[in-house]
Structure formats: structure tokens, C-alpha cells
Ligand binder design. Sequence first.
Ligand SMILES: *[C@@H]1O[C@H](CO)[C@@H](O)[C@H](O)[C@H]1NC(C)=O
Ligand SMILES: *[C@@H]1O[C@H](CO)[C@@H](O)[C@H](O)[C@H]1NC(C)=O
Length: 336
Amino acid sequence: MVWQFFVVIFVLSLTYSNSLLVREEDSSDLLVHLTSGSFVGQSSTTNGTERWLGIPFAQPPVGNLRFKAPVAITTPAKGIQNATQFGNACPQLPSATTFGTQGEDCLTLNVWRPIATSGSEKLPTLVWFYGGAYMHGGTADPTFEPTRIIERSTTTNKPIIFVSVNWRVNTFGFLASKHVPLEDLNVGLQDQRAALIFLQDNIARFRGDPEKASAHLYLVHPSLMNVHHSLTSVTQQSAGAGSVEAHILFPAKQPLFRAGIMDSSTGPFKTAPVPAIYDELNQPFSNLLELVGCAEGPGSVECLRDTPFDSEQPALAAHGRPARRLRHGAPVIADR
Ligand SMILES: *[C@@H]1O[C@H](CO)[C@@H](O)[C@H](O)[C@H]1NC(C)=O
Ligand SMILES: *[C@@H]1O[C@H](CO)[C@@H](O)[C@H](O)[C@H]1NC(C)=O
């Protein structure tokens, strides 16, 4: 079973194996040309940081791409965009850790670096995946504001770049059923990997080290806050840390990070179910079909995909509470 999961990830890494060329850095320090477009950041002399918020790292998982593995952006968006606002949090129930706007178009990341990072710098990068039981979380959470970490990195003379990533949670990130194609299982974890691949291609634009990007990308879990422990107490598993473990246990073909920091984790797959269990009576997938009025069968996922977002939110609500410990919002192990 473990092997099967590895195959999913392996196929994914092939999808992303092309490294896109980007133009040379503009003379303006805050304008960056990335594989997904050109973005102007914002500097804060008070905070000692420069930041770029809401940068897309994969195509919006909307319409035909709902419940699908993330798709790389191959053509940069035209024009110059202001990267001054956080992107949407991925769809989720309201919770103590829901901040800012929510929407299906949510695959964005944010980059911070010390102010006045010179053009010759090649900084290591710390990547942050939020926790929240695979059900909640978003990068606009002020707890994840990294100004103090950046400040500490500069005062200790070990400056870093900090990146936080929005990845799909809940039904949208972990839809599970015998009808979900193998490659579209655990798309929330695949989003994280897509972000790491995007950073491989783009971190040099922020003065991250292109040669050592793979050696200096870290993964970290944010459960430094008590709220995370209480939110995740259902499974005693903190999703960001579990995710990091998943990437270590099932590595991509290309090296994407050097080290992982995991806090309050019990591991992602110890009790992970196979997808077909979700189809059983009174389990999340069959419940979801019933709630949104979709028939059971080969067309189930397509029917769910065609369900308007607004009317699907109440169905998600029904899955916020696990039925017999299962919920849409946890990794599964492929059994095919
Ligand atoms: C400065 O840091 C504070 C947190 O210390 C944060 O709320 C604020 O958004 C930051 N401003 C900028 C422009 O980075
Ligand atoms: C970006 O912000 C600047 C200054 O606030 C503004 O003049 C410009 O129109 C904005 N560009 C876009 C594409 O929103």
C-alpha cells in the first residue's frame, strides 16, 4: 500500500519536471518575474522585511480542476500585479484559525525576506505548512506572521527567506472514494509538493540560493500555538507535521528540501484508511453524495465537481464532524 502511494507522488513529480525559464531580475528590488507572473512586493522599514503576498504557484483548482491534482502554471500572467494581499484561504468551515477571505481559487504562497537583501545574497528558505487537522488553516493567520523570525535570523547573522503556503484542506483537499482517480487522491499533500517545486524554479528571484535551493528548503509545522493542539486533538495529529513526514517518507524524484521540522505530529499514515471505505453507508463520500444530490457511480466525482461552490459549503459542514472517525480531511492510502 505504501508503494502505491509512492507511485502517486512519483507521477506527480514527473508532471513538474520541466524547469521554466524566467527573465532576469528587474532593477527594482521589489519587482520579481516568476513562472506564474510578475509581482511587486512591499517593504517595511519598521518590520525590517520585504514581502510578496498571494503569489499563485499552481492553476486555480476550480471548475474542471476541482478535486484534481494541482496543475503547474506554464504561462506567466500578463502585466505586473501587486503582491500586497493574502490570497484566499482554501474552503473550510469557520474556525478559530480561519482568517481573511475563503475561496476555491486558493493555491498561493507568500514570501518574506530581510529588507535590503543584496543582489549577491543567496539565502536559505524556511517553508511553513500550517496545521489544523487537514480541515482548517490559512496563511493570513496573524500567528504565522514571520517578522520576528526574520528579525531573529538577521540579528543572529543567519538571514533566511520565509515562505508560507496555502494548500487544500477538508473535502477539497482530501476527497476519497473508489471513484476518485488514483492521481487525484490526497491533493492537499500534492499542493504542498507543487509549492516546493514552484520554489525550486523561483526562489532565486527572491535571492534564495538556486544551487542550494534543494538543500535549504525546510518544512516546518506551526503548532506552536495551543489552539492547534486543541483543534487537532481528535486525531492527536497535527496536519502540517504529518504532511512534512509524508514528504520525507514519500520523497519526490527531485530533491525538494533538505530538512524538516515537525511539531506535535503522530505521523500521517499510521491509521490512514483506503479510499473505498469512504463509499460505505454513512461514511463521508456516500454522505456527501446524498447531501448534494449526486448519484453513486462512475459519474459521482464529476457530479460533485459540477456542484456549485456555494451549495457545497453546507455539505462540507456535515463532514466537519467525523463519522466513525472518518472525515474528508485526512490522507488516505491508495489500494489500487
Ligand atoms: C509588520 O509586522 C506586523 C507584525 O509584527 C504585521 O502585522 C504587519 O502586517 C507587518 N507589515 C508589513 C508591511 O510587513
Ligand atoms: C499597484 O499599486 C500601485 C500603488 O498603490 C497602483 O498605482 C497600481 O495601479 C497597482 N496596480 C495594480 C495592477 O493593481
